[in-house]
Ligand binder design. Sequence first.
Ligand SMILES: [Zn+2]
Length: 274
Amino acid sequence: MSFARLPLPELTLPGAATTISRLNTSEQSLLTGIAQAREWVAAARRVAVLTGAGISAESGVPTFRGAGGLWRHYRPEELATQQAFMRDPKLVWEWYDWRRQRIALARPNPGHYALAALERRLAEGFTLVTQNVDGLHERAGNQRIWRLHGDIWLVRCTGCGREERNFEAPLLELPPRCRDCGALLRPGVVWFGEPLPADALEAGFTAARAAEVCLVLGTSSVVYPAALIPRCALEAGARIIEINLDPTDLSAAAHLSLRGRTGELLPPIVQGAA
Ligand SMILES: [Zn+2]
C-alpha cells in the first residue's frame, strides 16, 4: 500500500505574504531543506511527531530483523505472537530478555534529545507517537509519549492483569511470574495479531489534525495504521517533514523529505526553534 500522490495546496507561511510551493531535496540542497524545516518548526505551536525504528537504530538498538538482528535464527513473527507465548513462554521471554539487555546498553542520541528540547518549548502543543518499545525517548526526557507498540520495560500479568515497569536486565527469573497471583507475566508490547492501543492511536490522530508541522522520523511509513498519522496531518494542512535514510512511500507527498540520520539533521532544525 502506498500513499496516494495527493496534490498539495499552495502553502502560506505564517506572518508572511509569500506563498511557496512544495519542496523536495531533489530540487533543494539538504542545507536549504534544514533551514526551511527550522523556519517551519520555529513558527509552529503544535507539532506532531511519529518515530520509528530508524531513530533507535542510530542508538545501536538492533531492528531485530535481517542480518545481525535475528536471535537464534528466529524471525520476530515467530516469537512476537500470543500463540508463540502460549506454546513456549520461556523461549519468548528469553528473546525479550536478550532484547532488553541489548536496549539497556543503548543511549539516546542527539535526535532523541532534540525531541525532548522541542517538548520543553511546546509543552502541550507537542505530541510524540512512537512505534519503538525501547524507552529511549523517555530516557532523553520526553514525557508526552504515546507508544503504539507498547513498552518493552512494562510487564503485564496474564492472570490478574497487574502491570508494572520492570527494568531488570537480565531478568532474574525466566519466565517471570506475578508476585501477587503466580501467573505468567508477559511483555507489555503489542504482538502480531493484537490491536494497537486505541488511546495512543486516537492521540496520534488528534495531534495530527491539530498540528502545523508533522515530523516523521526514521520510519518506513509502510506499517498501518501508524502510517496514516502523517497522512492525516497532511490532509489537515500540516507541513510534513520526513527524515529517513531511504525514500519511503511518504516521501513524494511530504513537503520536505530529508535523507539522513535523525541524530544529525534534527538538532539543527530544532535548535532554531528553541
Ligand atoms: Zn497476577
